[in-house]
Ligand binder design. Sequence first.
Ligand code: UT7
Length: 321
Amino acid sequence: MKTRIIGTGSCLPEAVVTNDDLAKIMDTSDEWISSRTGIKKRHLAKAETTASMSVEAAKRALENAGVTAEELDLIILGTVSADYVTPACACEVQAQIGAKNAVAFDVNAACSGFMFALNIANAYIQAGLYRTALILGAETLSKIVDWSDRSTCVLFGDGAGAAVVRGDEKYGMLAFDQGSDGAKGDVLACLGRTNNNPLIKSDREIAYVHMDGQEVYKFAVTTVPASLQKTIEASGLTPEDIDYYALHQANIRIIQSVSKRLHISEEKFPISLDHCGNISAASVPILLDEMNRNGLLKPGTKIAMSGFGGGLTWASAILQW
Ligand code: UT7
């Protein structure tokens, strides 16, 4: 039994902010952002929330899969920017789509969140515990980035992506790799709330995302190709056999570096970061949905997926569509 993606959906906020728009409010330029990252614009939430975008993406994925909400056994949502500390965003999705037979929870693996959700769903399906799952990556990063720090705020966007997965005899996941390195957690971090109990008085201000961009870059360009190589080998394929590489959309230079290290043409690496920016856990499922709706994915198409980011965490999977 293999875990197969049978439908995808995504949702982006209505408001679009270009690099030129940002250059009007901070010391940056389209030239700097485009040349260093490949990002041209991003969607930023106004009325939208992490849950509202997740619900929309979930409905579209269910419709695309031809599955009803009642058929879902499991909902797993990767996010670092849920609307509430509790309930989990996955529980909000469960309530709003009416998935009354599912168990729902969030996972925090930053930009690897959707891939971790996929692997957890796969483990449940392999164990025979559940048959049909909804997995999501959803973020409103614009509320946790520091808009006075031009080295991070220009990189990120908001949005949600979802996929319905189900056990299948023929096609689906061939291999998976995931890992974390908690010792390097400080290179991409966002502190939580302060402790205001009667014993302690904190004068710490609200904290925002802090990133050592060059360290994250070095981590990505070494770990991602190694993880992909390992996963491709485990699936009995070669890098040339893979039709598409759907990577976390952080930076075009990271994607180009992975393509060079694997000796695979950049044409096999679809891109959404130019119009979405980096949406952490939502990047991979939004890209997958775009590929799906653009007709790139046919039954049997071989795709390699990889997410990487805060934690530090990483995860790759090889799937036959
Ligand atoms: O999901 C994972 C998330 N993170 C990543 O993927 C990040 C990976 N890292 C990167 O993509 C790159 O490190 C960045 C794009 C973040 C930065 O590129 P860089 O080539 O490492 O630039 P830098 O941080 O070394 O900064 C170079 C210069 C600095 O000026 P000086 O000191 O050379 O005068 C910065 O102050 O660029 C300046 N700078 C900017 N200039 C215009 C930093 N941000 C900006 C900006 N606009 N937005």
